[in-house]
Design a protein around this ligand. Structure first.
Ligand SMILES: Cc1cc2nc3c(=O)[nH]c(=O)nc-3n(C[C@H](O)[C@H](O)[C@H](O)COP(=O)(O)OP(=O)(O)OC[C@H]3O[C@@H](n4cnc5c(N)ncnc54)[C@H](O)[C@@H]3O)c2cc1C
Length: 539
């Protein structure tokens, strides 16, 4: 096999001009920051725009890196955002998973049930009906309802006028009906009681480390349909995507300041005035600031409680950030033929049966973890089957809490390494047992990421990997709003995943431009976008 791809993340450099005033500053060059910057520059002219990023590369959580001659990636699944790529004129070679979306194993004692979940909602419905003929009618009704619900989400206005708000119950009645419904509530509504069928359906909520009894029905349905309808991954390494976005942003006149950590968002009389970068003495002023970093970091540490109303502080205190993760990336020798192991799916997921997500999430909430031989949830991904590089696999598990990992890393690095190894062994045993026989014999390089790793690279105080948890109690109007209580400071945090990050940019720029870009729509609506007139100075 020959590696024809190269890592791109370190090929970009800062083009910060040293200017002291900008029209817009964006904190973070992850996908939300890059999306925001690109949507902004594409729909305005002459705006001085700066993205400030603490790492030396763009992409944040979505990246790739090299260890011991192997290239590993963090993200795996590229959802259907092809229309956005076209809009931004980004050419990213993608592999489309035509047949199956997921190989799913459910372990109950000694019994292992396998499901090959096909891509596309109609294929998925057909598959479920075949597997669970007694529930055929219920399945068809649920899936039809789900597709319709997702269509209605498209009709929602994120930045609603009074007229929009009054029209919503007529345009999107299913959205209104499900605002407070959990995903298991949705399954109950369709009288889906067969535990095996529920296990399959709940795959989509446990994805984000949230049990179906707490996950928003709308979000879970959206996650299911937006990822399974058409799913892809880059043909090259994942870092190519943020690299191309960053390059495009710079080619459009945007500036990126890498290796620059914002330590303060400056607020004067309730209005944002700019940011202070660590090690730099003076303020970089801005008319507007968008923060795309963890809200607990942005609002509590960078802004500070003294600038926030009591009510907002309470809301922050009550916000549950999504869990963290443990990831084991393995470089394997060339004596193993991964093409023979039926692994070429976006995800190979194995978990213990019903109730697992609940137990793991409750342990996470308690600041602990609930993983054991009898209670686990893990995904195995095999990127080298696409990139055609040396054999790599990644084992991912969630939910994990930060739970002392950061302190341990800082206070006793040796013990930290030993604990990491123990965890990796636990996950490797699972991968070996259910997907890759004799895996251990083939390991050449091992790279283990703990919640401390995620906290360090993203700046999230809890190592949260999916932003605010997709709980029904903090969905839609109950989420932290994009407009913060500080005037001209915006925080687009729509939902997790690559799809959500691109929408973050769409929504926040539409808000800044008074709906002239996306007409207030919650999702990118190509027909109505791009219609913006020139010269949006001071919009
Ligand atoms: C292991 C893993 C696997 C995943 N797999 C998938 C997948 O297959 N498909 C999918 O759709 N999603 C996946 N996700 C989720 C997806 O990667 C994230 O939702 C998305 O990348 C978040 O982008 P973001 O820009 O909102 O945040 P981030 O990626 O966290 O970006 C924030 C950026 O801000 C920077 N920053 C933080 N603090 C400061 C500061 N003070 N000053 C300056 N810069 C700062 C950070 O360095 C970072 O670059 C995965 C996430 C992880 C962790």
């Amino acid at each position: 096999m020959k590696n024809t791809h190269q890592l791109r993340r370190d090929t970009l450099s800062s083009n910060y001009s040293g200017r002291d005033r900008y029209d817009l500053i964006i904190i973070g060059a992850g996908l939300s920051g890059l999306s925001s910057g690109l949507m902004w520059l594409k729909n305005t002219t002459g705006m001085k725009t700066l993205i400030i990023e603490k790492n030396s590369y763009p992409g944040g959580y979505s990246t790739a890196y090299e260890r011991g001659g192997y290239v590993f990636e963090t993200t795996q699944l590229f959802p259907d955002i092809v229309d956005i790529l076209e809009y931004l004129d980004i050419d990213l070679p993608l592999k489309r998973y035509e047949k199956n979306f997921m190989r799913r194993l459910v372990v109950n004692g000694d019994h292992v049930e396998q499901y090959l979940i096909p891509a596309g909602s109609e294929n998925f419905t057909r598959y479920l009906v075949e597997k669970f003929p007694a529930d055929a009618e219920k399945i068809s009704a649920l899936m039809e309802y789900s597709v319709d619900l997702f269509k209605q989400v498209r009709k929602l206005k994120v930045n609603a006028t009074l007229k929009d708000t009054l029209a919503t119950p007529f345009k999107a009645p299913k959205v209104i009906a499900n605002l407070n419904r959990t995903y298991s509530g949705l399954l109950d509504k369709f009288k889906i009681t067969d535990p095996r069928l529920r296990e399959v359906m709940e795959t989509f909520t446990s994805f984000s480390g949230v049990p179906s009894g707490r996950a928003s029905a709308i979000l879970a349905t959206g996650a299911m349909l937006s990822s399974m309808t058409r799913c892809f991954r880059p043909l090259g390494f994942f870092d190519e995507y943020p690299a191309k976005l960053a390059e495009k942003f710079q080619s459009m006149g945007g500036e990126i300041f890498f290796n620059a950590e914002v330590e303060k968002i400056d607020v004067k009389d309730g209005v944002v005035s700019g940011v202070i970068v660590k090690g730099e003495r003076s303020l970089i002023s801005a008319d507007k600031v968008i923060t795309t970093v963890d809200p607990m970091l942005a609002m509590r540490r960078l802004v500070g409680d003294e600038h926030l109303p009591e009510k907002y502080i309470k809301k922050l205190e009550n916000t549950i950030m999504s869990p963290s993760s443990v990831n084991v990336a393995l470089g394997l020798d060339d004596r193993i033929d991964l093409t023979k192991l039926d692994l070429d799916y976006p995800y190979n997921v194995v978990s213990t049966g019903l109730g697992t997500a609940e137990r793991l999430f409750n342990a996470f909430l308690a600041g602990n973890h609930g993983f054991s031989k009898d209670c686990f949830h893990a995904a195995v991904i095999c990127p080298s089957l696409t990139t055609k590089t040396k054999n790599t696999i990644t084992i991912r598990s969630t939910p994990w809490a930060l739970n002392g990992w950061k302190e341990l890393r800082e206070s006793n690095y040796e013990k930290y390494q030993a604990e990491k190894e123990k965890l990796a062994d636990f996950l490797i045993d699972i991968a070996e047992k259910y997907f890759i026989p004799d895996l251990k014999k083939h390991i050449v390089v091992k790279d283990i990421a703990t919640p401390a790793t995620y906290a360090r690279f993203s700046g999230s105080p809890t190592g949260s990997i999916y932003d605010m948890a997709s709980l029904v109690t903090q969905f839609g109007p109950k989420r932290l709003p994009m407009k913060t209580p500080v005037k001209n400071l915006y925080q687009p945090k729509f939902a997790h995943g690559l799809y959500g990050t691109m929408m973050n940019g769409v929504q926040v720029v539409d808000l800044l431009l008074d709906r002239k870009f996306n007409n207030g729509n919650s999702l990118f609506t190509p027909g109505q976008s791009g219609a913006l007139t020139q010269n949006m100075h001071g919009a």
